[in-house]
Design a protein around this ligand. Structure first.
Ligand SMILES: *[C@@H]1O[C@H](CO)[C@@H](O)[C@H](O)[C@H]1NC(C)=O
Ligand SMILES: *[C@@H]1O[C@H](CO)[C@@H](O)[C@H](O)[C@H]1NC(C)=O
Ligand SMILES: *[C@@H]1O[C@H](CO)[C@@H](O)[C@H](O)[C@H]1NC(C)=O
Ligand SMILES: *[C@@H]1O[C@H](CO)[C@@H](O)[C@H](O)[C@H]1NC(C)=O
Ligand SMILES: *[C@@H]1O[C@H](CO)[C@@H](O)[C@H](O)[C@H]1NC(C)=O
Ligand SMILES: *[C@@H]1O[C@H](CO)[C@@H](O)[C@H](O)[C@H]1NC(C)=O
Ligand SMILES: *[C@@H]1O[C@H](CO)[C@@H](O)[C@H](O)[C@H]1NC(C)=O
Ligand SMILES: *[C@@H]1O[C@H](CO)[C@@H](O)[C@H](O)[C@H]1NC(C)=O
Length: 211
């Protein structure tokens, strides 16, 4: 083993660092601000923009809340229940035990998510606007404000009228949020992605030692 690095290995180190440095982590605080009064504060911020490779961290800091991926048309229903081909992130209900048991849920923006908007909601706050979005397109008619309106209209106090509901072929008397729908545990998802990321870098790391 050489005691110094060749120019090639130095270049690889620089490349690795650049790739690692370009991935950002952004945090959405869940329940941080006394959210019983104003559901729009459950997720702070409610909207983030994230690039491929970035990580969005839901930080459950207070109260009992959830971060569940849904769809634009059905803001307060798990994505998988609206459309079985979708496997959205699903935190389940997280009780922070008054702030003493804080947890996180990490969502990685993957290559195939490049043009995707992630819509999500909190079980208790959804109908009052306790929803959020990753990479909503403000110019599209499916924008964040419209999503909030959908949530309030379909699950708020005035919700439940069949005339205002989009037709999806779902029974209107469907069960409440299920505990398990095969939506996938995001912790596992991230674990798998991390392993993938390490394996992608392994050739670079090996090349450094060989060089
Ligand atoms: C809570 O509210 C305060 C005051 O409005 C604000 O400065 C702070 O950023 C908020 N924190 C979170 C986590 O939303
Ligand atoms: C959690 O929020 C409640 C209000 O909903 C507030 O009274 C309490 O102080 C907060 N606890 C922490 C640890 O932030
Ligand atoms: C989550 O929020 C808590 C309380 O503000 C903070 O101590 C902790 O570092 C945060 N965790 C992450 C991963 O942002
Ligand atoms: C379900 O999701 C798939 C994949 O995003 C999409 O192609 C399909 O159109 C969706 N079906 C409905 C009924 O929305
Ligand atoms: C959390 O706070 C609520 C009221 O703020 C209280 O009723 C409850 O007993 C507390 N729970 C714990 C585990 O301290
Ligand atoms: C995203 O959209 C761009 C521009 O239309 C397209 O070139 C690209 O293939 C799309 N990416 C995915 C993952 O669909
Ligand atoms: C945002 O939506 C507008 C209107 O539908 C569309 O023209 C534009 O391409 C979208 N932008 C992105 C980045 O998808
Ligand atoms: C929202 O409304 C739908 C349809 O009535 C219902 O199935 C779902 O359980 C509701 N979700 C919440 C979080 O209230």
């Amino acid at each position: 083993m050489h005691g110094f690095m060749t120019p090639v290995s130095l270049a690889l180190v620089a490349l690795c660092s650049a790739l690692l440095a370009s991935a950002k982590t952004m945090t959405i605080v869940v329940g941080g601000n006394g959210t019983n009064k104003d559901a729009s504060l459950i997720f702070q911020p409610q909207e983030v923009k994230a690039a491929v490779g970035d990580f969005v961290v839901f930080n459950f800091t207070n109260g009992t809340h959830s971060a569940i991926e849904s769809t634009f048309a059905e803001p307060c229903i798990p994505a998988h229940d609206s459309n079985t081909t979708l496997n959205g992130f699903y935190s389940g209900l997280r009780d922070t035990v008054n702030g003493s048991a804080q947890t996180t849920l990490v969502v990685e923006i993957k290559e195939e998510d490049q043009n995707k908007t992630f819509w999500f909601y909190d079980i208790w706050g959804c109908g009052k606007g306790g929803v959020g979005a990753i990479n909503a397109n403000d110019s599209d008619w499916e924008n964040f404000d419209a999503f909030v309106r959908n949530a309030k209209r379909l699950n708020g106090s005035s919700g439940g009228t069949s005339s205002s509901r989009t037709s999806t072929g779902r029974p209107t008397n469907s069960q409440p949020v299920p505990t398990s729908t095969g939506t996938g545990n995001s912790a596992e998802r991230v674990g798998a992605n991390t392993v993938k990321a390490i394996s992608i870098f392994t050739p670079f790391l090996l090349a450094m030692f060989v060089a």
